[in-house]
Design a protein around this ligand. Structure first.
Ligand code: FAD
Length: 435
């Protein structure tokens, strides 16, 4: 730690904690300052300093931004991890106050003894801040909606250092924009959410071969999900054969939030089963701890929403398995509570999709370089089936990705809010909405 006349205690290059704090989940930066903030006042000081010095500014919750927005070179990082309290307030709306630096695993563990949960993602170490502000698509998305659908209020430090409360009544424009507009509008220090009653869940996994019969399994999964109730959320991974001898495989993972093992049974008979497992567990237990990435890896991730998962798309995905080395597909079943929220009610506009389709290319950027032509060709071929993108599952945000994340009407409304709260575009290391 270094004592700084304006910022107070900061971590600078050469300090003991610097090596750890310059890194995020998949990126290593070289910021000039990391300010570990314990409250809104300190966030406001850090914002003022970055603004006055003209420094690039990263806002870091859990540090899992795939695009690496949680660190930078030569700028300032606001590290919110000390603001990690999870407080169950209670009342009829099951109010919970969550510090913006908390991780979803901790939220789930704290709420479990109260019989409550907040829909989040699939991973315990992902931060509350980034996931909540971008959307939050996880194991309870069909049952309880997006993470941001639970939000009832936020404490926000704006670009001019004001600390404001945003909810349906106060700063309602900001409250709308925060729910889907990411980190564009200020630094959220506390989220107030309405948790939902949630007992244990049935968690199941079944694997099928992907070298033959893959399209039939994908269509079978789709048909099961079209008949399923909101309690059932599933994610499909279509994996290529890896060098360690693992064959190409379709892995269907299911979370039944109503604790009924029979509800997952139709997913277990879609083809020749390679392996299967099923267990009833607390929701907190289904959030996985990701393994650490090899140091040079920066997975290349792109996604699009799919309004209707047609046979032709299932055929195209099945035919593409193994055509790009180290690339896997992920298909998330959407619908249910997520889609019942009107598209304009929050800045997350994509409320009419059947699935989200993502590709993840593992490896380092130099491994991706020769594959980019095939990667773009693949997405051009998939394009006609897709509409809209999820900003939190993008590692390189191209102009097309940005336009897909924020449809024109949403973008214009977000830009109007940006002009009010961040006219100088101080918060620009994100899926950026220009004032
Ligand atoms: C292993 C892994 C698994 C994932 N699984 C899922 C999943 O199942 N479902 C899903 O929906 N997403 C998932 N994601 C994506 C995840 O939602 C985003 O990467 C998200 O941005 C991570 O939030 P964070 O706080 O950890 O990241 P950070 O890198 O800390 O933050 C990302 C960005 O969010 C903004 N931000 C964060 N906190 C604040 C704040 N308090 N105030 C203002 N702006 C803020 C900033 O712009 C920041 O740069 C996953 C990502 C990874 C790496």
């Amino acid at each position: 730690m270094t004592a700084h006349p304006t910022l107070g205690e900061v971590v600078r290059p050469g300090d003991e904690d610097y090596e750890r704090l310059r890194r995020t989940f998949a990126h290593i930066g070289s910021p000039a300052y990391v300010v570990r903030c314990e409250d809104a006042a300190r966030v406001a000081r850090a914002i003022a300093f970055a603004r006055e010095e003209g420094l690039p500014l990263s806002v870091r919750g859990g540090g899992h931004s795939g695009a690496g927005f949680g660190t930078n070179d030569g700028g300032l990082v606001i590290d919110l991890s000390p603001i990690d309290r999870v407080e169950v307030v209670g009342g009829p709306g099951h109010l919970v106050r969550i510090g913006a630096g908390a991780r979803w695993g901790e939220v789930a563990r704290t709420l479990a003894p109260h019989g409550l949960a907040v829909s989040s993602g699939d991973t315990s170490t992902v931060g509350v801040g980034g996931l909540m502000l971008g959307g939050g698509i996880g194991w309870l998305v069909r049952k309880h909606g997006l993470a941001l659908d639970h939000l009832v209020a936020a404490e926000v430090v704006t670009a001019d250092g004001r600390v404001v409360r945003a909810d349906e009544k106060e700063h309602a424009d900001l409250f709308w924009a925060l729910r889907g507009g990411g980190g564009n509008f200020g630094v959220v220090t506390t989220f107030e959410v309405s948790a939902r009653p949630q007992a244990e869940v049935t968690f199941a996994r079944v694997a099928y071969p992907a070298d033959t019969g893959a399209a039939a399994v994908l269509k079978g999964w789709r048909d099961v999900m079209r008949e399923a109730g909101d309690d059932l959320t599933t994610i499909v991974h279509v994996l290529p054969a890896f060098g360690d001898g693992a064959p190409a495989m379709i892995m269907i993972t299911a979370c039944h939030a109503g604790d009924d093992p029979a509800a997952v049974a139709p997913l277990m008979k879609l083809g020749e089963v390679l392996s299967e497992e099923i267990a009833t567990v607390p929701y907190a237990q289904v959030l996985e701890e990701p393994s650490e990435l090899p140091p040079a890896w920066r997975p290349l991730v792109r996604n699009r929403f799919v309004p209707c998962f047609a046979d032709e798309l299932a055929d195209a995905v099945a035919a593409a398995v193994g055509t790009i080395p180290m690339m896997l597909f992920e298909l998330r079943a959407l619908g249910g509570a997520m889609n019942r929220v009107p598209a304009g009610a929050t800045a997350f506009a994509h409320r009419d999709s059947e699935i989200m389709l993502s590709t993840v290319v593992l490896g380092a950027p130099e491994d991706h370089e020769p594959l980019l032509g095939d990667f773009e060709a693949l997405w051009r071929m998939l394009g006609p089936h897709t509409a809209g993108a999820y900003g939190n599952f993008l590692t390189r945000i191209t102009p097309d990705d940005l336009a897909a994340t924020y449809p024109a009407e949403t973008y214009e409304r977000l830009a109007a809010v940006k002009r009010v709260y961040d006219p100088g575009n101080l918060f620009r290391l994100n899926a950026n909405v220009r004032p």
